[in-house]
Ligand binder design. Structure first.
Ligand code: ZN
Length: 138
């Protein structure tokens, strides 16, 4: 079975999951998702960089209602989930968060994982990324 990324540009690798960012050759600023231009120094010489798959939880909130499309409600129905920012050291990444939001703490170690979104007509899973507590999802 082939796993497909919802957006290939997000990933440098799916197995194991790794996110693709970009680093400004002029000032060193790392961005995610990868950009064509640097927001900090307006440089245009950006090189692809693979981001760390572990970081710490910077802040988070709970998505308590269904987002607008293109969000698709899971077949099991909508349930509130965590969204937040994970500090990977070089860059802070906005991400879905897996696990029980009641157990999230600022600064807790997080690791990258794949988030199954839906299945293609042929049954292949389409995935995005998420972060989960490094101690294991609750
Ligand atoms: Zn720059």
């Amino acid at each position: 079975m082939t796993v497909t990324a919802v957006d290939q540009a997000l990933f440098s690798s799916l197995v194991p999951p790794r996110l693709a960012g970009s680093r400004c050759a002029s000032c060193g600023t790392v961005t995610f998702p990868a950009q064509a231009g640097c927001a900090k120094c307006a440089g245009t010489d950006l090189v692809p960089v693979e981001l760390a798959d572990r970081g710490t939880l910077w802040t988070w909130t709970v998505q308590a209602f269904e987002p607008k499309p293109p969000y698709r409600v899971p077949e099991s129905g909508f349930t509130p989930y965590g969204v937040g920012y994970v500090d990977l050291g070089e860059v802070i990444v906005e991400s879905r968060l897996l696990g029980d939001p009641a157990r999230f703490e600022i600064g807790m170690p997080m690791r990258l994982t794949l988030l199954p979104l839906w299945a293609d007509p042929d049954g292949s899973p389409v995935v995005s990324y998420a972060f989960e507590p490094a101690g294991g999802a609750a």
